[in-house]
Design a protein. Structure first.
Length: 77
C-alpha cells in the first residue's frame, strides 16, 4: 500500500488516484497515522469477498484477550 499525507491528497487528489491504479490501495494518513484507504472498486470487491470468507470460516481461532480494568464509581481498579 502506498502512503499519502492528507495534505498532499487535498492538493492533488488525482495523484492519489493514479497511485491506486498503478500500485494498489493508497493509505491516506493524517498526522502520520493511517486514516483512510483509497482503492479501485475491483480491488475493494475482491478483498471484501476474501474478508467475508475469512470471517465465516470455521477454523479454530485462539482468543486470549488482555485482562480488562473494572471501573467502579469513576475509579479504575
Amino acid at each position: 500500500m502506498t502512503p499519502i499525507d492528507a495534505r498532499d491528497f487535498r492538493r492533488d487528489p488525482s495523484a492519489a488516484l493514479r497511485a491506486a491504479d498503478v500500485a494498489g490501495p493508497v493509505v491516506i494518513t493524517d498526522r502520520g497515522r493511517p486514516a483512510y484507504v483509497l482503492s479501485r472498486y475491483e480491488h475493494f470487491v475482491a478483498r471484501g469477498r476474501s474478508l467475508a470468507r475469512q470471517l465465516t470460516a470455521d477454523d479454530d481461532i485462539e482468543f486470549a484477550p488482555d485482562r480488562t480494568m473494572r471501573v467502579e464509581r469513576g475509579r479504575a481498579s
